[in-house]
Design a protein. Structure first.
Length: 387
């Protein structure tokens, strides 16, 4: 089977969906299929020039540059894919997340024999009643444009996927029926012993700052965070840290919070929590390569995510924690209902506060295989079945 994957950008490390697309294509290739990847609106691609290497093609903006559009159409004709898979985000395919007409335009460029697939990584803005007025207005404008990529009058795909149940529900209300396809971790998952991982974590922290003196590992409850720190009216890191610290005290342990990898918009909230909860230990590893990052993540007893619980499934950082079998606390549980929790396939996703304030005592394996290979197998099977 020949599969062409299309996304907005492919700059390594600068575009999460691009990194995901590259990993998914590699996993499909490992299954014996021929794949190619193209970036259609890549700000890092050479201006007004086609860039191609190793089965990847990058254009600056095919929707605004006729020469690039023609080059892209020729690239597709040369490959003659059986399936074209669009890895979609609204802002990736239009600067304001609009551009519903671009769905039909892209469709017109594809070979007639190619079946069409779309993966919704994001949908229209959902700022809620407390969101800024301009975001609420933009979200309403985005909705028909986003739906055009999944309905029969726009891109007209044979198969639609998304990774979050909330996205699936909202797409369905707009007339687009999507199946669920889990997000896998972009990190290479290799399990190691927690004791060895903690030794590596302590060594990493001490080597980064000579004045960092982590407490005795035996008396610690290690709480990890990886990825972007999202903020909102529905939760506060300081309050959350204080609650965990009190729970740790009741079991004779000290709460030790560690930010792993690059701190993405985390510094202010992290520093404020450290100042407000001095009885806890706060530290950061700083940027790490993928292999040592995965190893020190396994030093943590639990982790937490600042992603709202109703879309927690769309985060590759959260998928990494769960692939490592580390329980993931969700302080932004918000509107998650008991029925929604029962429908989740992963017992290691734990909305906060925990019942009885009891921390999980060990690892919790996910019910789904969150590896790139497993997700690729699911996708290829759907392609073979024609949906």
């Amino acid at each position: 089977m020949r599969i062409a994957f299309l996304c907005s950008g492919l700059e390594p490390g600068a575009d999460g969906v691009g990194d995901y697309t590259r990993s998914l294509a590699a996993a499909c290739t490992a299954l014996g299929h021929e794949t190619r990847i193209a970036a259609l609106r890549d700000p890092k691609a050479p201006a007004r020039a086609f860039s191609s290497s190793g089965g990847e093609a990058r254009w600056n903006d095919i929707f605004r540059r006729p020469g690039e559009e023609r080059a892209f159409a020729a690239w597709l004709r040369d490959f003659q894919p059986d399936w074209v898979s669009v890895q979609y985000t609204p802002f990736g395919f239009h600067p304001r997340g609009l551009g519903g007409a671009r769905a039909q335009r892209l469709r017109s460029l594809l070979p007639e024999t190619a079946k069409r697939h779309i993966m919704y990584h994001e949908i229209w803005l959902q700022p809620g009643l407390h969101g800024r007025l301009r975001h609420r207005v933009l979200g309403k404008l985005q909705r028909p444009a986003v739906l055009a990529w999944g309905n029969k009058t726009g891109f007209a795909p044979s198969l639609v996927h998304t990774q979050a149940r909330l996205h699936k529900l909202r797409l369905s209300r707009g007339g687009v029926e999507a199946d669920l396809l889990p997000i896998f971790s972009n990190l290479p998952i290799t399990l190691c012993e927690p004791k060895r991982a903690r030794a590596m974590l302590l060594e990493t922290l001490r080597s980064r700052e000579s004045n960092v003196h982590p407490p005795d590992d035996v008396d610690c409850l290690w709480i990890g965070h990886f990825g972007t720190m999202q903020t909102g009216l529905d939760w506060d890191l300081t309050v959350f840290a204080r609650e965990i610290t009190q729970i740790a005290k009741r079991t004779g342990r000290r709460a030790c919070f560690v930010a792993l990898g690059r701190m993405l918009h985390n510094e202010t909230a992290w520093a404020a929590a450290a100042a407000a909860v001095p009885e806890a230990f706060f530290a950061a590893t700083g940027p790490l390569d993928a292999k040592p990052l995965v190893q020190v993540m396994q030093a943590c007893n639990v982790a937490f995510s600042s992603t709202p619980a109703d879309i927690v499934e769309k985060s590759s950082a959260n998928a990494a924690w769960r692939a490592l079998k580390i329980p993931l606390l969700l302080p932004r549980a918000g509107a998650i209902s008991a029925s929604s929790l029962e429908a989740w396939p992963d017992p290691g996703l734990l909305p906060w506060p925990l019942p009885g304030g009891l921390m999980p005592s060990g690892r919790i394996a996910p019910k789904l295989d969150l590896s790139a290979q497993a997700v690729a197998e699911t996708l290829v099977t759907a392609f073979k079945n024609g949906r």
